[in-house]
Design a protein around this ligand. Structure first.
Ligand SMILES: NC(=O)c1ccc[n+]([C@@H]2O[C@H](COP(=O)([O-])OP(=O)(O)OC[C@H]3O[C@@H](n4cnc5c(N)ncnc54)[C@H](O)[C@@H]3O)[C@@H](O)[C@H]2O)c1
Ligand SMILES: O[C@H]1[C@H](O)[C@@H](O)[C@H](O)[C@@H](O)[C@H]1O
Length: 337
């Protein structure tokens, strides 16, 4: 297509609102044509200020609204399968926030449905793949700048977890990013998961094992550890160090403006993912819009969402049992090679 891409945004919560603002103010070649949320007031609050955008409570009505030729799914994970099915029925390209769906069985159904279409329609919102630092690291590893990668050390810290957060949700919502970025950086699959846990932090809600040390093995013999600490209390920090045969490379230590004052020196830590990954979200959405207007689908997709869901399931089992849990992934279908 050559005109401006009309986007139906499904889900008007934190991410949906940020994406509506982004499409409206930052992205070129696209406009918000419809916003849907089961909470109609939220949809209206986002759609009303935008010329030509309609508000709906039904995601399907938003996809059928005038001028819609693509969909951005930002509803909770449990609602993704239905939204994707409706988009597939209409042949609409989709940018779907992670997770693809919350479990491997439903992810497999989405994967099968896309294969029946015979072409990719989904770009999945694993936004770290669009972060400038991660991209530089990926390029360096790919050209063997420091020799063969042997290990990755990830750190993933949030100020606090959402109310009611469970151990399983820490894997599905947070560690899922390390799962994806590990597969992407090392260009391999994760084959086993272990989870080790110290005595919980006093800052963790009752019943939540926080922090955790999650260890992945890969098909190519890498070991990958993640310190996941979702109630660290002091800021949002995501870092990754690759240990290779002849050197190491580390990203994620940007400290913002460096200040000397009042007898101390230091920088700042971002408060949350919206601030830390602002550039990555912008690049992700712009590249989706550009690819969609060219008639192509690029970036992470349904296979990556399915693979992540399978590793998440193993991770939750590893949390429960304390055992090493092998990951059983079928062969990658031809559409995703
Ligand atoms: N990439 C990232 O860094 C990142 C960060 C946060 C959240 N997410 C993902 O984005 C999605 C949304 O997360 P959020 O933090 O914005 O959640 P949120 O709870 O702030 O917003 C979700 C919105 O969806 C609405 N909703 C619920 N069911 C719906 C349905 N069936 N159809 C339409 N709308 C529905 C809710 O009323 C709510 O307004 C989730 O998939 C989440 O995992 C991604
Ligand atoms: O849902 C959010 C989001 O996916 C962030 O990117 C991640 O860092 C957080 O840990 C998670 O809670």
């Amino acid at each position: 297509m050559h005109g401006t891409l009309g986007v139906a945004v499904i889900g008007a919560g934190r991410m949906g609102a940020d994406h509506v603002r982004r499409i409206d103010e930052v992205i070129s070649g696209a406009r918000v044509a419809a916003v849907a949320d089961v909470d109609g007031a939220r949809a209206e609050a986002l759609a009303d200020p935008i010329d030509g955008a309609v508000a709906c409570t039904d995601p399907v009505a938003a996809m059928d609204a005038p001028g819609v030729d693509s969909v951005l799914v930002a509803s909770p994970g449990a609602a993704h399968e239905a939204a994707l099915a409706a988009a597939f029925d209409r042949g609409l390209p989709v940018l779907c926030e992670k997770p693809l769906t919350p479990d491997p069985d439903s992810a497999l159904r989405v994967l099968a449905a896309e294969q029946r279409l015979g072409r990719r329609l989904v770009q999945l919102g694993f936004m770290r793949r669009y972060d400038a630092d991660y991209r530089t690291l990926k390029a360096q590893l790919a050209r063997g700048a420091y020799g063969r990668p042997l290990m990755l050390h990830h750190t993933h810290r949030n100020v606090s977890s959402a109310p009611g957060c469970t151990d399983a949700q820490t894997v599905h919502n947070s560690a899922v990013h390390e799962i994806d970025v590990t597969r992407w950086l090392l260009d391999t699959e994760i084959t086993a998961v272990r989870v080790l846990r110290p005595a919980p932090s006093g800052g963790a809600p009752e019943g939540l094992h926080d922090p955790q040390l999650i260890v992945f093995e890969t098909a190519d013999g890498h070991l990958v550890d993640t310190e996941l600490f979702v109630n660290c209390g002091f800021g949002y920090q995501v870092s990754c160090e690759a240990v290779c045969e002849r050197g190491t490379a580390r990203i994620g230590d940007d400290r913002g403006v460096f200040v000397n004052a009042a007898g101390r020196w230091g920088g700042t830590i971002p408060p949350d993912f919206v601030a830390r990954f602002a550039g990555a979200y912008d690049r992700q959405v712009q590249q989706w819009v550009d690819a969609t207007r060219r008639g192509t689908v690029e970036g992470p997709g349904c296979w990556d969402g399915y693979a992540a869901a399978v590793v998440c399931r193993a991770g939750v089992q590893a949390q429960r049992t304390g055992e090493r849990v092998p990951v059983d992934l079928p062969e990658r279908p031809a559409l995703y090679r």
